[in-house]
Design a protein around this ligand. Structure first.
Ligand code: FES
Length: 657
């Protein structure tokens, strides 16, 4: 088969592919992240590229305007390469480096005990409020072993075991043949001064490796949140618990499907499964090597990894076909995985280093949620708490130290910018907070990294809707009040829309708008999350007043305006001080479990204890859901404070009412 060279501009990155492959595949091989929400099915129209040079053949499509075709714009997933080609990535096609959740910009009142996870320096702070002992998944101990004599003639291995037990109370202790083979000569060469690395594998302690001399000060671990959209890795010093650094990249599986369902479909044949497994392993390897390089750490000194992710992501990471997850009765192959060697998955740390995963509950409530519950501390208290993880598959957990129930709500991708005309993920250039002043005809906003705005992410979308409710720009069904004399409201071929940022101020050169279809999608998403939460409360016959803490996690970047989330009806109308935005709780839970085997055990208890309810089989669900498809809800008695505030705007503020 003939090879073709594809050059991607503006970087000039080059990749060689086989003739006939698509430009989307070429981009993926070149390590270029491009928007491909439908995973290459040719329906989302997000993967546009400009062909500068060379011959391609494109499938006919109605996703391009005549003007775009004249400008040589093509749909990358539907365009095959016939010769060497040069293509250009328009700004809106590019996925910028993922925004790592940090808490540093959050309003103080919403920073809780566990919130500033990325700022945590040292185990001391991590333990503040979380009562887990420091007992990492792997530890190093320096041993000065008395050499054998005629009176003390036990074997080398028994001698090591005896010495270890002087330092640590351990019942079961073992090691593998490759270590034993090297042991005799290593001990004698090292003058009986060696460092042992101990790892915990399901209650059993294993000697992972022997090293000559004292290397005990260099022992590191990696906590990973394997998300559907992003993979985030944190490097920790296992001796001190110190967080050394955090890095994130996009989960390159995005090129094969935006959400878990499209990934499951892609993985249904051996080839697809292999590709998805390979890409996520490569993502993890890239993050680890970049963290190690930055902190001048040898990969061999990284001895443990702890991963948290949803059930599909963990199946794909393990190389297990997740097909049964989407087939009734929706059963995964496993929720609990044994601790394995990272090398078994091709992950490049110490070849004998361990990899553990936080267990999941069901097909749609995964280890990321068990990790979130662990990180929130809700099982440390008698108080009833809720954890809501907002994403395409939103999950809600209700409970306390004695019981936990959960459900998964299929919210759709609106909160992550999907299905929204100018929506984007929380990455560089995304508008993340927004304020409308209709009197002065201004929209104030700020963007991630302070870049020129490219689009709007979930947090600002919530702000925009709440602001439009306050100014009565939209009615409670999410329809524009076209009669308002504002030039920001206009009608296009796609219907009514509101201009948030004019084209002259945007990075893309196009207006950033919000339209009625966007509002419909957002209302559906918030409705699903709210109904899921109410449903759990009804299951145990309590109301929101009984909920003392409401933890919120999700990929919102740095900000989530809780008051606005209540205004639109995503969150219940309870006192604001009960809410805590805990950001990437999956990563926090993974860090805790990496640093403490008791925290890791707790995550297993959490997963075992949690009872999952399947919303779709509940007869009342559809009615409840329909009632929630209003702003904030059909039943305003559920949102008394919001109702009061909205009429205040009408009476006193908005001159256009
Ligand atoms: S149209 Fe190409 S990825 Fe969706």
């Amino acid at each position: 088969m003939e090879d073709c060279k594809v050059i991607f501009y503006p970087e000039g990155r080059t990749v060689t592919i086989q003739k006939g492959m698509t430009l989307l595949e070429a981009a993926s091989r070149a390590g270029i992240y491009i928007n491909s929400i439908c995973g290459g099915d040719g329906v989302c129209g997000k993967c546009k590229l400009i062909v500068r040079e060379g011959s391609v053949s494109a499938e006919p499509t109605n996703l391009l305007t005549r003007e775009e075709i004249q400008r040589s714009i093509v749909i990358a997933c539907q365009t095959r390469v016939n010769s060497d080609v040069e293509v250009e990535l328009p700004l809106e096609t590019r996925l910028e480096e993922a925004q790592i959740l940090t808490e540093s910009h959050r309003k103080k009142k919403f920073i809780g005990l566990f919130s500033p996870v990325e700022e945590v320096e040292g185990l001391e702070k991590l333990e503040k409020g979380i009562s887990f002992s420091h007992s990492p998944l792997s530890t190093k101990i320096f041993l000065e072993i008395p050499p054998p004599t005629l009176n003390d003639s036990i074997s080398d291995l028994q001698r090591i075991y005896r010495e270890i037990r002087k330092h640590k109370k351990l019942d079961a202790l073992h090691t593998g043949l490759p270590n034993i083979k090297k042991l005799g000569s290593l001990l004698r060469r090292a003058g009986w001064k060696v460092t042992v690395t101990l790892g915990t594998r399901d209650q059993i302690t294993e000697i992972l490796q022997f090293e000559e001399g004292d290397t005990s000060r260099s022992n590191y671990g990696i906590a990973i949140d394997v998300g559907t959209t992003t993979v985030v890795a944190a490097l920790l010093d296992l001796n001190t618990g110190k967080l050394m650094g955090t890095k994130a990249n996009y989960n390159t599986q995005i090129s094969y499907g935006e959400d878990v369902i499209s990934r499951i479909i892609y993985a249904s044949d051996e080839d697809g499964l292999h590709r998805l497994n390979y890409t996520v392993v490569e993502n993890i390897n890239a993050l680890i090597s970049s963290l190690a390089l930055e902190h001048n750490i040898r990969l061999s000194d990284i001895t443990a990894i702890l991963c948290a992710g949803n059930t599909t992501m963990i199946h794909l990471l393990m190389g297990i076909n997740p097909a049964s997850i989407r087939q009734e009765p929706y059963i995964p192959t496993a929720n609990f995985f044994p601790v394995i060697r990272a090398a078994e998955l091709g992950i490049k740390i110490n070849p004998r280093g361990l990899l553990a995963t936080i267990p999941g509950v069901s097909s749609y409530v995964g280890g990321d949620i068990s990790a979130g519950v662990l990180a929130s501390g809700m099982t440390d208290s008698d108080d009833i708490s809720i954890l809501m993880d907002i994403g395409t598959n939103g999950e809600v957990v209700l409970g306390n130290r004695d019981w936990l129930i959960c459900c998964s709500c299929s919210a759709g991708p609106a909160f992550e910018g999907g299905g929204i005309k100018c929506g984007m993920r929380a990455s560089k250039g995304a508008i993340q907070t927004l304020r409308i002043d209709l009197v002065n005809n201004t929209v104030d906003f700020d963007t991630i990294s302070g870049a020129k705005p490219r689009g709007i992410c979930g947090s600002a979308l919530i702000d925009a809707v709440a602001e439009m409710m306050r100014w009565k720009i939209i009615d409670r069904a999410g329809k524009f009040r076209h009669e308002l004399p504002s030039e920001r409201i206009r009608k296009t071929e796609e219907g009514w829309e509101f201009i948030l940022v004019e084209s002259a101020k945007t990075a893309t050169g196009s207006d950033i708008v919000i339209n009625e279809l966007d509002l419909e999608n957002l209302i559906r998403a918030k409705g699903a999350m709210f109904v899921g939460t109410e449903f759990l409360l009804k299951k145990v016959n309590i109301d929101f007043d009984s909920v003392k803490n409401f933890y919120i996690g999700g990929g919102f970047g740095n900000y989530l305006n809780i008051e606005n989330a209540v205004t639109i009806g995503l969150l219940p109308d309870i006192p604001l001080e009960r809410f805590q935005f805990i950001g990437n709780s999956s990563l926090t839970g993974a860090k805790l479990a990496l640093l403490s085997t008791s925290a890791y055990r707790r995550s297993k208890e959490i997963a075992e204890k949690m009872t999952n309810f399947e919303l779709s089989v509940e007869p009342s669900f559809m009615n409840e859901y329909t009632s929630a498809l209003f702003l904030p809800h059909t039943d305003l008695y559920k949102f008394p404070n919001v109702a009061r505030k909205l009429s205040w705007v009408k009476e006193n503020k908005c001159p256009l009412s």
